[in-house]
Design a protein around this ligand. Structure first.
Ligand code: ASP
Length: 454
């Protein structure tokens, strides 16, 4: 049995839905189908999820919502029209949206959660109706009915472990099961969404629950690339990579597959395949537990910007018991999560995502570090980019760091920070944001130009 997930661009219009239908019908093992909400049809189009957020916010502000409501309904209606799907589904979608709009708004966050989830929920109904119109036995399955129960964390819900046994029962259902992605239910019965792009997470949870042989994730690219194609033209494709490698790459900006989505599949040892709805014959990329290491030390290079670093220097820091704990406690008090902590004998640097801090918090954090830790020096550096050089093979090969550092030096890039060692599969370089692209290109040339990646 396979769980198949289709992203928003694979469901953006009727032509795309036809491709989805053909892909699902091509293999009888494709039994559980997870769908996103209709995504962008062209680059400056708006995703249905974003339209729903707008609609929800206008409802809360008690403003006129006619335009947003009609735009959303029309997105579904134009797909239905293109594919001759019975009108009744559109009536159902209208009624569903209207009833959410009338819901209790005391808890504005939960209200927006219900709105956001309506995008995938209604799309699953539409897709099921389309399959049925073709004479196929297909059923819309609500996540509650599927057994997807989650924590009470709006916009970042986590699956509850008891869900998996409930989900297993889906195996006994007949026909093709069309499940909306992106949300589950709390024990109290509220709708809660995963983080954005979270339909990938639903697919992975279902694959784990039904003990699928494969989780196929259909998107709009042929494969996971060795580097971001907007930085390097026509980069090489990755055929196979491990969960750990994928996690490191998606952490630093590889948006093809949601980083949280790997965990459920990984725990159940289910391989994940990233494929292209627009080119299903392409082999895609397979994510597995272990892979034959035949392609050199590096599998991919990722980068992400928007980081800052707080440097703390204090003479004899290495001898001061509890220094690190007290530093991290200050960050915790401000609800700040950190990404990396490279350290030396008398210094420690904490790297954080800059969007968590406004000017006021920055000042307050630095003041507390100075006062409570009696640091000799506290400095904050902005606009940092992190470059991750990823590959399980690095563990076994000598000189990878030297090659990377040399490539950066030859490109005239100053390395602000290196973090190697804690992760056995990646090496992190911190550079100035303005050097990010040049750094990625230099590393790509070093590790991939003239190398056959298979
Ligand atoms: N529709 C949701 C989003 O835009 C979830 C998804 O597409 O996976 O984030």
């Amino acid at each position: 049995m396979k769980v198949v997930k289709f992203g928003g661009s694979s469901l953006a219009n009727g032509t795309q839905l036809e491709k989805v239908y053909n892909i699902v019908m091509a293999e009888p093992e494709r039994k559980v189908v997870v769908v996103s909400a209709p995504g962008k049809r062209y680059s400056d189009d708006i995703k249905v999820t974003d339209l729903l957020i707008l609609l929800g916010e206008k409802c809360l502000a008690e403003q006129d919502t006619t335009e947003e409501f009609n735009t959303i309904v029309n997105r579904y209606a134009s797909i239905a029209e293109e594919l001759n799907i019975p009108e009744t589904v559109i009536e159902q979608i209208k009624n569903d949206l209207s009833s959410i709009m009338k819901q209790e708004k005391q808890d504005s966050v939960l209200f927006i959660e219900a709105m956001k989830a309506a995008g995938e929920d209604n799309n699953a109904k539409l897709v099921a109706a389309y399959f049925q119109s073709k004479g196929v036995e297909a059923h819309y399955v609500n996540p509650k009915d599927a057994g997807i129960f989650v924590t009470n964390e709006p916009g970042s819900a986590q699956v509850l472990p008891e869900s998996y046994d409930l989900i297993y029962k889906l195996r006994d259902r007949s026909g093709i099961l069309i499940v909306p992605g992106f949300f589950g239910y709390s024990k109290e019965g509220d709708v809660l969404t995963f983080s954005r792009s979270g339909s990938d997470i639903t697919g992975s949870i279902l694959a784990n629950g039904v003990k699928a042989d494969l989780y196929e994730n259909f998107t709009d690219v042929d494969a996971v690339y060795t580097v971001n194609p907007s930085i390097v033209k026509n980069p090489k494709e990755i055929r196979e990579l491990t969960y750990r490698e994928m996690r490191e790459l998606s952490y630093a900006g590889f948006s093809v597959f949601h980083d949280e989505a790997l965990i459920p599949a990984f725990r159940a040892g289910i391989p994940v395949k990233v494929k292209n709805t627009n080119n299903p014959a392409a082999p895609g990329t397979k994510i597995v537990n272990t892979r034959e290491n035949t392609n050199g030390p590096v599998v991919g290079i990722a980068s992400d910007d928007g980081f800052c670093s707080i440097y703390i220097g204090k003479y004899l820091m290495n001898r001061e018991v509890g220094f690190g704990r007290r530093l991290l406690q200050i960050l915790e008090d401000f609800h700040l999560s950190y990404e990396h902590v490279p350290s030396g004998i008398d210094d420690i640097t904490v790297i954080l995502r800059e969007d968590q801090l406004n000017e006021e918090t920055k000042k307050a954090v630095i003041d507390r570090i100075k006062e409570e830790l009696h640091a000799d020096e506290v400095k904050i550096a902005h606009h940092l980019a992190l470059i991750m050089v990823v590959g399980e093979g690095m563990r076994r090969s000598v000189g990878t760091t030297a090659r990377a550092a040399k490539a950066l030096a030859e490109a005239g890039i100053n390395i602000d920070m290196i973090n190697q060692g804690s992760s056995e599969v990646s090496m992190m370089f911190g550079v100035k944001e303005e050097d990010e692209k040049k750094a990625v290109q230099a590393l790509y040339n070093e590790f991939f130009a003239n190398v056959l990646v298979g």
